[in-house]
Ligand binder design. Structure first.
Ligand SMILES: [Zn+2]
Length: 382
Protein backbone atom coordinates (compact mmCIF):
# COMPACT_ATOMS: atom_id res chain seq x y z
CA UNK A 1 0.00 0.00 0.00
CA UNK A 2 1.46 3.36 -1.02
CA UNK A 3 1.38 6.48 1.11
CA UNK A 4 -1.31 7.91 -1.21
CA UNK A 5 -3.69 4.94 -0.90
CA UNK A 6 -3.21 4.88 2.87
CA UNK A 7 -4.27 8.50 2.95
CA UNK A 8 -7.32 8.06 0.73
CA UNK A 9 -10.74 8.84 2.10
CA UNK A 10 -14.04 7.39 0.89
CA UNK A 11 -17.24 9.23 1.78
CA UNK A 12 -20.56 7.51 1.10
CA UNK A 13 -23.81 9.45 1.39
CA UNK A 14 -27.07 7.50 1.19
CA UNK A 15 -30.09 9.77 0.79
CA UNK A 16 -33.32 7.84 1.20
CA UNK A 17 -35.80 8.38 -1.69
CA UNK A 18 -33.62 10.73 -3.78
CA UNK A 19 -34.98 9.54 -7.15
CA UNK A 20 -33.19 10.02 -10.44
CA UNK A 21 -36.15 12.08 -11.71
CA UNK A 22 -35.66 14.48 -8.78
CA UNK A 23 -31.89 14.72 -9.32
CA UNK A 24 -32.50 15.62 -12.96
CA UNK A 25 -35.32 18.08 -12.33
CA UNK A 26 -33.23 20.11 -9.85
CA UNK A 27 -29.86 19.53 -11.54
CA UNK A 28 -28.66 18.29 -8.16
CA UNK A 29 -24.90 18.54 -7.43
CA UNK A 30 -23.95 18.18 -11.10
CA UNK A 31 -20.65 20.03 -10.71
CA UNK A 32 -19.52 17.78 -7.85
CA UNK A 33 -20.27 14.53 -9.62
CA UNK A 34 -18.95 14.01 -13.15
CA UNK A 35 -20.57 10.57 -13.07
CA UNK A 36 -24.27 10.06 -12.36
CA UNK A 37 -27.14 7.90 -13.48
CA UNK A 38 -30.34 6.09 -12.50
CA UNK A 39 -30.22 3.14 -10.13
CA UNK A 40 -32.60 0.17 -10.31
CA UNK A 41 -34.36 -0.58 -7.08
CA UNK A 42 -36.49 -3.45 -5.80
CA UNK A 43 -40.18 -3.76 -5.04
CA UNK A 44 -41.10 -2.67 -1.53
CA UNK A 45 -40.15 0.03 0.95
CA UNK A 46 -36.94 0.92 2.76
CA UNK A 47 -37.35 -2.20 4.92
CA UNK A 48 -36.55 -4.12 1.72
CA UNK A 49 -34.33 -1.68 -0.16
CA UNK A 50 -31.83 -0.89 2.62
CA UNK A 51 -31.03 -4.56 3.44
CA UNK A 52 -30.79 -5.25 -0.32
CA UNK A 53 -28.46 -2.32 -0.85
CA UNK A 54 -26.24 -3.20 2.12
CA UNK A 55 -26.06 -6.93 1.33
CA UNK A 56 -26.28 -6.97 -2.48
CA UNK A 57 -29.03 -9.60 -2.25
CA UNK A 58 -32.77 -9.65 -2.96
CA UNK A 59 -35.46 -9.75 -0.26
CA UNK A 60 -36.09 -13.48 -0.85
CA UNK A 61 -32.43 -14.03 0.05
CA UNK A 62 -31.93 -11.67 3.01
CA UNK A 63 -35.48 -12.20 4.33
CA UNK A 64 -36.66 -8.61 4.85
CA UNK A 65 -39.39 -7.33 2.52
CA UNK A 66 -42.32 -5.38 3.93
CA UNK A 67 -41.87 -4.05 7.47
CA UNK A 68 -44.38 -6.61 8.81
CA UNK A 69 -44.80 -10.29 7.98
CA UNK A 70 -47.45 -12.79 9.05
CA UNK A 71 -46.16 -14.73 12.03
CA UNK A 72 -48.73 -15.10 14.85
CA UNK A 73 -46.54 -17.59 16.75
CA UNK A 74 -43.56 -15.23 17.06
CA UNK A 75 -45.45 -11.94 17.17
CA UNK A 76 -44.17 -9.72 19.98
CA UNK A 77 -47.72 -8.34 20.06
CA UNK A 78 -49.55 -11.66 20.36
CA UNK A 79 -51.36 -10.85 23.62
CA UNK A 80 -53.27 -8.10 21.82
CA UNK A 81 -55.35 -10.66 19.92
CA UNK A 82 -57.96 -10.69 22.65
CA UNK A 83 -58.59 -6.97 22.43
CA UNK A 84 -61.93 -5.74 21.14
CA UNK A 85 -62.04 -3.11 18.39
CA UNK A 86 -61.25 0.22 20.01
CA UNK A 87 -62.13 3.80 19.12
CA UNK A 88 -59.28 5.62 17.37
CA UNK A 89 -58.02 7.85 20.26
CA UNK A 90 -57.74 4.78 22.48
CA UNK A 91 -55.93 2.82 19.77
CA UNK A 92 -53.48 5.66 19.41
CA UNK A 93 -52.71 5.70 23.14
CA UNK A 94 -52.45 1.94 23.23
CA UNK A 95 -49.92 1.94 20.35
CA UNK A 96 -47.82 4.49 22.23
CA UNK A 97 -47.85 2.28 25.28
CA UNK A 98 -46.99 -0.87 23.24
CA UNK A 99 -44.10 0.98 21.63
CA UNK A 100 -42.74 1.96 25.04
CA UNK A 101 -42.95 -1.62 26.36
CA UNK A 102 -41.32 -3.14 23.25
CA UNK A 103 -38.54 -0.52 23.23
CA UNK A 104 -37.88 -0.93 26.96
CA UNK A 105 -37.49 -4.68 26.50
CA UNK A 106 -35.24 -4.13 23.44
CA UNK A 107 -37.19 -6.80 21.57
CA UNK A 108 -36.71 -5.08 18.20
CA UNK A 109 -33.28 -3.63 17.43
CA UNK A 110 -33.89 -2.29 13.89
CA UNK A 111 -36.13 0.50 12.64
CA UNK A 112 -39.89 -0.07 12.97
CA UNK A 113 -43.05 1.94 13.50
CA UNK A 114 -46.55 0.98 14.60
CA UNK A 115 -48.07 3.62 12.29
CA UNK A 116 -51.88 3.19 12.36
CA UNK A 117 -51.93 -0.58 12.60
CA UNK A 118 -55.03 -1.65 14.57
CA UNK A 119 -53.58 -3.04 17.83
CA UNK A 120 -55.74 -6.16 17.56
CA UNK A 121 -54.32 -6.92 14.09
CA UNK A 122 -50.73 -6.48 15.31
CA UNK A 123 -51.02 -9.86 17.04
CA UNK A 124 -50.80 -11.63 13.66
CA UNK A 125 -47.55 -9.95 12.69
CA UNK A 126 -43.88 -9.82 13.49
CA UNK A 127 -41.42 -7.28 12.12
CA UNK A 128 -39.51 -8.43 9.03
CA UNK A 129 -36.28 -8.50 10.95
CA UNK A 130 -35.67 -7.75 14.61
CA UNK A 131 -32.03 -6.90 14.06
CA UNK A 132 -30.47 -3.75 12.65
CA UNK A 133 -28.87 -3.97 9.19
CA UNK A 134 -26.61 -1.03 10.10
CA UNK A 135 -25.01 -3.13 12.83
CA UNK A 136 -22.46 -5.80 11.79
CA UNK A 137 -24.17 -9.20 11.90
CA UNK A 138 -27.53 -7.44 11.51
CA UNK A 139 -28.73 -9.43 8.50
CA UNK A 140 -28.67 -13.11 7.64
CA UNK A 141 -26.60 -12.14 4.57
CA UNK A 142 -23.19 -10.50 4.76
CA UNK A 143 -23.50 -6.71 4.61
CA UNK A 144 -21.15 -3.94 3.63
CA UNK A 145 -20.54 -3.30 7.33
CA UNK A 146 -19.69 -6.97 7.98
CA UNK A 147 -17.05 -6.72 5.23
CA UNK A 148 -15.66 -3.45 6.57
CA UNK A 149 -15.35 -5.00 10.03
CA UNK A 150 -13.56 -8.15 8.88
CA UNK A 151 -11.23 -6.27 6.55
CA UNK A 152 -10.16 -3.92 9.32
CA UNK A 153 -11.13 -0.76 7.41
CA UNK A 154 -11.32 2.18 9.79
CA UNK A 155 -14.82 3.53 9.29
CA UNK A 156 -17.62 5.41 10.98
CA UNK A 157 -21.29 5.42 10.04
CA UNK A 158 -24.32 7.51 10.93
CA UNK A 159 -27.93 6.55 10.29
CA UNK A 160 -31.56 7.43 11.10
CA UNK A 161 -30.93 7.26 14.85
CA UNK A 162 -29.45 10.76 14.99
CA UNK A 163 -30.45 13.99 13.16
CA UNK A 164 -28.82 14.54 9.77
CA UNK A 165 -27.42 18.02 10.54
CA UNK A 166 -25.54 16.59 13.52
CA UNK A 167 -24.43 13.62 11.43
CA UNK A 168 -23.02 15.84 8.67
CA UNK A 169 -21.29 17.97 11.30
CA UNK A 170 -19.65 14.91 12.86
CA UNK A 171 -18.72 13.49 9.47
CA UNK A 172 -17.05 16.75 8.52
CA UNK A 173 -15.07 16.75 11.77
CA UNK A 174 -13.62 13.32 10.86
CA UNK A 175 -12.56 14.13 7.28
CA UNK A 176 -9.08 15.00 8.53
CA UNK A 177 -8.87 11.99 10.90
CA UNK A 178 -7.36 8.55 10.25
CA UNK A 179 -10.74 7.11 9.22
CA UNK A 180 -10.71 5.53 5.75
CA UNK A 181 -14.44 5.44 5.12
CA UNK A 182 -17.30 7.61 6.35
CA UNK A 183 -20.87 6.46 5.66
CA UNK A 184 -23.91 8.64 6.26
CA UNK A 185 -27.54 7.64 5.78
CA UNK A 186 -30.36 10.14 6.00
CA UNK A 187 -34.14 9.74 5.72
CA UNK A 188 -35.00 13.41 6.19
CA UNK A 189 -35.51 14.16 2.48
CA UNK A 190 -37.82 11.14 2.31
CA UNK A 191 -39.92 12.48 5.19
CA UNK A 192 -40.03 15.96 3.63
CA UNK A 193 -41.18 14.68 0.24
CA UNK A 194 -43.90 12.52 1.79
CA UNK A 195 -45.25 15.77 3.26
CA UNK A 196 -44.81 18.32 0.47
CA UNK A 197 -44.32 16.35 -2.77
CA UNK A 198 -41.25 15.73 -4.88
CA UNK A 199 -40.88 18.99 -6.83
CA UNK A 200 -41.74 21.44 -4.04
CA UNK A 201 -39.51 24.44 -3.34
CA UNK A 202 -38.68 22.99 0.11
CA UNK A 203 -37.14 20.02 -1.70
CA UNK A 204 -35.05 22.39 -3.82
CA UNK A 205 -33.82 24.09 -0.64
CA UNK A 206 -33.06 20.79 1.04
CA UNK A 207 -31.02 19.68 -1.97
CA UNK A 208 -29.15 22.99 -1.96
CA UNK A 209 -28.28 22.32 1.70
CA UNK A 210 -26.95 18.86 0.81
CA UNK A 211 -24.85 20.45 -1.93
CA UNK A 212 -23.34 22.81 0.64
CA UNK A 213 -22.46 19.89 2.92
CA UNK A 214 -20.89 17.98 0.04
CA UNK A 215 -18.85 21.02 -1.05
CA UNK A 216 -17.57 21.40 2.53
CA UNK A 217 -16.51 17.73 2.55
CA UNK A 218 -14.61 18.21 -0.72
CA UNK A 219 -12.87 21.39 0.51
CA UNK A 220 -11.99 19.88 3.92
CA UNK A 221 -10.53 16.73 2.33
CA UNK A 222 -8.52 18.87 -0.07
CA UNK A 223 -7.20 21.05 2.81
CA UNK A 224 -6.26 17.89 4.71
CA UNK A 225 -4.38 16.59 1.66
CA UNK A 226 -6.58 13.52 1.40
CA UNK A 227 -7.53 12.12 -2.02
CA UNK A 228 -11.32 11.82 -1.83
CA UNK A 229 -13.73 9.34 -3.33
CA UNK A 230 -17.22 10.72 -2.92
CA UNK A 231 -20.28 8.60 -3.64
CA UNK A 232 -23.89 9.59 -3.24
CA UNK A 233 -26.81 7.31 -3.94
CA UNK A 234 -30.33 6.41 -2.88
CA UNK A 235 -32.28 3.25 -2.18
CA UNK A 236 -35.31 4.14 -4.32
CA UNK A 237 -37.15 7.12 -5.83
CA UNK A 238 -40.41 8.83 -4.96
CA UNK A 239 -43.68 9.38 -6.85
CA UNK A 240 -46.17 12.23 -6.58
CA UNK A 241 -49.51 10.92 -5.25
CA UNK A 242 -52.37 11.53 -7.66
CA UNK A 243 -55.34 9.64 -6.17
CA UNK A 244 -56.42 7.44 -3.29
CA UNK A 245 -58.72 4.44 -2.90
CA UNK A 246 -60.51 3.16 0.20
CA UNK A 247 -59.57 -0.48 -0.30
CA UNK A 248 -60.17 -1.41 3.35
CA UNK A 249 -63.82 -0.43 3.18
CA UNK A 250 -64.19 -2.06 -0.25
CA UNK A 251 -62.85 -5.42 0.96
CA UNK A 252 -65.05 -5.21 4.04
CA UNK A 253 -68.10 -4.58 1.82
CA UNK A 254 -67.45 -7.92 0.07
CA UNK A 255 -68.22 -9.70 3.33
CA UNK A 256 -64.72 -10.93 4.17
CA UNK A 257 -64.39 -10.58 7.94
CA UNK A 258 -60.99 -9.32 9.07
CA UNK A 259 -59.40 -11.71 11.52
CA UNK A 260 -61.96 -14.45 10.76
CA UNK A 261 -62.10 -15.02 6.98
CA UNK A 262 -58.97 -13.15 6.11
CA UNK A 263 -55.97 -11.54 7.73
CA UNK A 264 -54.91 -8.40 5.90
CA UNK A 265 -52.11 -5.91 6.05
CA UNK A 266 -52.74 -2.63 4.25
CA UNK A 267 -49.43 -1.01 3.35
CA UNK A 268 -49.80 2.31 1.54
CA UNK A 269 -49.27 1.03 -2.02
CA UNK A 270 -49.83 -2.69 -1.48
CA UNK A 271 -52.39 -4.84 0.30
CA UNK A 272 -51.40 -8.28 1.47
CA UNK A 273 -53.81 -11.03 2.49
CA UNK A 274 -53.71 -14.44 4.15
CA UNK A 275 -56.65 -16.83 3.85
CA UNK A 276 -57.65 -20.35 2.79
CA UNK A 277 -57.21 -21.45 -0.84
CA UNK A 278 -60.87 -21.01 -1.80
CA UNK A 279 -61.05 -17.50 -0.34
CA UNK A 280 -57.79 -16.61 -2.08
CA UNK A 281 -59.38 -17.24 -5.49
CA UNK A 282 -62.55 -15.26 -4.70
CA UNK A 283 -60.63 -12.41 -3.12
CA UNK A 284 -58.11 -12.18 -5.97
CA UNK A 285 -60.93 -11.98 -8.51
CA UNK A 286 -62.72 -9.22 -6.58
CA UNK A 287 -59.50 -7.26 -6.16
CA UNK A 288 -58.70 -7.37 -9.87
CA UNK A 289 -62.27 -6.35 -10.71
CA UNK A 290 -61.85 -3.06 -8.84
CA UNK A 291 -59.42 -1.89 -11.55
CA UNK A 292 -57.45 -0.18 -8.74
CA UNK A 293 -54.33 -2.29 -9.14
CA UNK A 294 -53.22 -5.83 -9.88
CA UNK A 295 -52.83 -9.07 -7.97
CA UNK A 296 -49.22 -10.06 -8.42
CA UNK A 297 -48.40 -13.46 -9.89
CA UNK A 298 -45.80 -15.79 -8.38
CA UNK A 299 -43.78 -15.38 -11.57
CA UNK A 300 -43.72 -11.61 -11.20
CA UNK A 301 -42.82 -11.81 -7.51
CA UNK A 302 -40.08 -14.29 -8.35
CA UNK A 303 -38.62 -11.93 -10.95
CA UNK A 304 -38.61 -9.12 -8.38
CA UNK A 305 -36.90 -11.37 -5.83
CA UNK A 306 -39.88 -10.97 -3.51
CA UNK A 307 -41.46 -14.40 -3.59
CA UNK A 308 -41.51 -16.18 -0.24
CA UNK A 309 -42.40 -19.87 -0.29
CA UNK A 310 -43.95 -19.72 3.17
CA UNK A 311 -46.33 -16.90 2.16
CA UNK A 312 -45.23 -14.92 5.20
CA UNK A 313 -45.37 -11.62 3.29
CA UNK A 314 -48.75 -12.34 1.73
CA UNK A 315 -50.62 -15.13 -0.04
CA UNK A 316 -52.49 -12.62 -2.16
CA UNK A 317 -50.55 -9.43 -2.92
CA UNK A 318 -52.34 -6.52 -4.55
CA UNK A 319 -50.11 -3.73 -5.91
CA UNK A 320 -51.39 -0.27 -6.85
CA UNK A 321 -50.15 1.63 -9.91
CA UNK A 322 -47.70 4.55 -9.48
CA UNK A 323 -49.32 7.57 -7.85
CA UNK A 324 -52.26 5.74 -6.23
CA UNK A 325 -52.51 5.31 -2.47
CA UNK A 326 -54.58 3.15 -0.11
CA UNK A 327 -56.28 5.59 2.28
CA UNK A 328 -56.87 4.84 5.04
CA UNK A 329 -54.26 2.13 5.40
CA UNK A 330 -52.33 0.62 8.30
CA UNK A 331 -49.68 3.23 7.46
CA UNK A 332 -51.86 6.32 7.76
CA UNK A 333 -55.40 7.67 7.93
CA UNK A 334 -54.80 10.64 5.63
CA UNK A 335 -53.43 10.95 2.13
CA UNK A 336 -49.87 12.22 1.67
CA UNK A 337 -48.19 14.20 -1.12
CA UNK A 338 -45.75 11.56 -2.36
CA UNK A 339 -45.02 7.87 -1.86
CA UNK A 340 -42.73 5.05 -2.98
CA UNK A 341 -43.22 1.29 -3.09
CA UNK A 342 -44.58 1.08 -6.63
CA UNK A 343 -43.46 -1.02 -9.59
CA UNK A 344 -39.64 -0.73 -9.58
CA UNK A 345 -39.65 -0.41 -13.37
CA UNK A 346 -41.50 2.91 -13.23
CA UNK A 347 -39.14 5.85 -13.87
CA UNK A 348 -40.06 7.61 -10.61
CA UNK A 349 -39.12 4.47 -8.65
CA UNK A 350 -35.48 4.64 -9.78
CA UNK A 351 -32.85 5.77 -7.32
CA UNK A 352 -29.66 7.56 -8.31
CA UNK A 353 -25.94 6.89 -8.23
CA UNK A 354 -23.40 9.73 -8.31
CA UNK A 355 -19.64 9.65 -8.05
CA UNK A 356 -16.81 12.17 -8.20
CA UNK A 357 -14.69 9.72 -10.19
CA UNK A 358 -15.42 8.59 -13.72
CA UNK A 359 -15.70 4.84 -14.04
CA UNK A 360 -16.84 2.44 -16.78
CA UNK A 361 -18.57 -0.05 -14.55
CA UNK A 362 -20.87 2.17 -12.51
CA UNK A 363 -23.49 0.32 -10.52
CA UNK A 364 -26.85 0.09 -12.29
CA UNK A 365 -28.77 -1.38 -9.38
CA UNK A 366 -28.85 -1.06 -5.61
CA UNK A 367 -27.78 -4.72 -5.63
CA UNK A 368 -24.42 -3.74 -7.19
CA UNK A 369 -23.44 -1.09 -4.66
CA UNK A 370 -21.88 -3.26 -1.98
CA UNK A 371 -19.47 -5.07 -4.30
CA UNK A 372 -18.73 -1.85 -6.19
CA UNK A 373 -17.77 0.03 -3.03
CA UNK A 374 -15.68 -2.85 -1.69
CA UNK A 375 -13.86 -3.13 -4.98
CA UNK A 376 -13.19 0.63 -5.13
CA UNK A 377 -11.73 0.69 -1.63
CA UNK A 378 -9.62 -2.37 -2.36
CA UNK A 379 -11.36 -4.91 -0.12
CA UNK A 380 -11.06 -8.26 -1.84
CA UNK A 381 -13.16 -11.22 -0.80
CA UNK A 382 -12.93 -14.84 -1.73
ZN1 LIG B 1 -40.45 6.92 2.70
Amino acid sequence: MTETTRNELTVVILIDALGWEIVQRFGFAGTLFPQSGPLETILGYSSAAIPSLLSGTKPSEHGSWAMYRYSPSTSPFKLLRFLPNLPHPLEWRLRRWIRRVIDRRKVIKGYYDLYEIPPRMLSYFDVATRTDPYTPGGLRRETLFDCLETSGIRYRQWNYRTPESENFRQLLSLVGSDKQLLFLYTAELDALMHRVGIFHNDVREKLAWYEEQLAKIVTTACDAGRPLRLYLFSDHGMTEVSDAVDLMREVESWGFRLGTDIVAFYDSTMARFWCDAETRVRLGKRLNETGWGRVMSDKELDAFGCRFEDGSYGEVIFLLPPGRLIVPSFMGRETIAAMHGYDPDDRFSKGCFMSNEASDNCPGSILDLKSYLLERIGVTRE
